[in-house]
Design a protein around this ligand. Structure first.
Ligand code: B16
Ligand code: MG
Length: 212
């Protein structure tokens, strides 16, 4: 088989948490009197928490100190985590559970490569933590996507070379990160529209065909 490992982005690929990111950032933006809508929220896909805040603060004429920014990011995260507490298996993308089961049965090593610092909580709440041999996330990286660090570390955790892994991503920054890591990438959702990945999927169910 062409690949030995498959590295999944989390938000937007396995689980749809965009709406919770949106609601939590919206609360912060509204309080600061900054315009924020779903279109701006789309730009935050795959972007780290602090970089997301910087994008939102572009809508303000005020200057914020590093300490204030830190507080705003923490405030957003505690609202976001309250939403995450309510996550269940129903929040998984369509076909995700079946695809993970099939890939596991086919003998692939599976990892998560996410910018999120809440990845483990999300995986546990949705009941898919046990499928993964490794989790590389916002807690073990120093450079966010499009830097390849998160995926290079995920491959290392699996004990594989980068070229043996396929990345599955929904964000342009994530496809660029996979390419920079010298990994093939299957794009889904927003990223698939840009036609910059090795494969462009309409549904995660197509993944088993690509890798077999
Ligand atoms: P957190 P991914 C990313 O996850 C999200 O797409 C992005 O919207 C979010 O800002 C980022 O995680 C950080 O998340 O605030 O939970 O640490 O798509 O890389 O799985
Ligand atoms: Mg994503």
């Amino acid at each position: 088989m062409k690949y030995k490992g498959i590295i999944f982005d989390l938000d937007g690929v396995l689980v749809h948490t965009d709406k919770y990111h949106y609601l939590a950032w919206k609360q912060t933006a509204d309080r600061l009197g900054i315009y924020f809508d779903e279109k701006i929220n789309n730009k935050l896909r795959g972007v780290s928490r602090m970089a997301s805040l910087e994008i939102i603060l572009e809508g303000s004429t005020k200057k914020f100190s590093d300490g204030q920014k830190q507080k705003l990011a923490e405030e957003k995260n505690s609202v976001y985590r309250r939403y995450l507490e309510g996550l269940t298996q129903k929040d998984l993308g369509e076909g995700v559970l079946q695809t993970l089961e099939k890939l596991k049965a086919m003998g692939f090593k599976l990892a998560v490569g996410s910018s999120s610092r809440n990845a483990v909580l999300i995986l546990k709440k949705t009941g898919i933590y046990g499928f993964f041999d490794a989790v590389s996330d916002g807690n073990n990286i120093s450079k966010p996507k499009p830097d390849p660090e998160v995926f290079i570390k995920a491959a290392g955790m699996l004990g594989l070379m980068c070229g043996q892994c396929l990345v599955v991503e929904d964000a342009v920054s994530g496809v660029l990160a996979a390419t920079a890591a010298n990994m093939d990438c299957a794009a889904i959702g927003d990223a698939a529209k840009h036609k910059i990945a090795t494969y462009n999927l309409e549904s995660i169910n197509q993944l088993t065909d690509i890798v077999s």
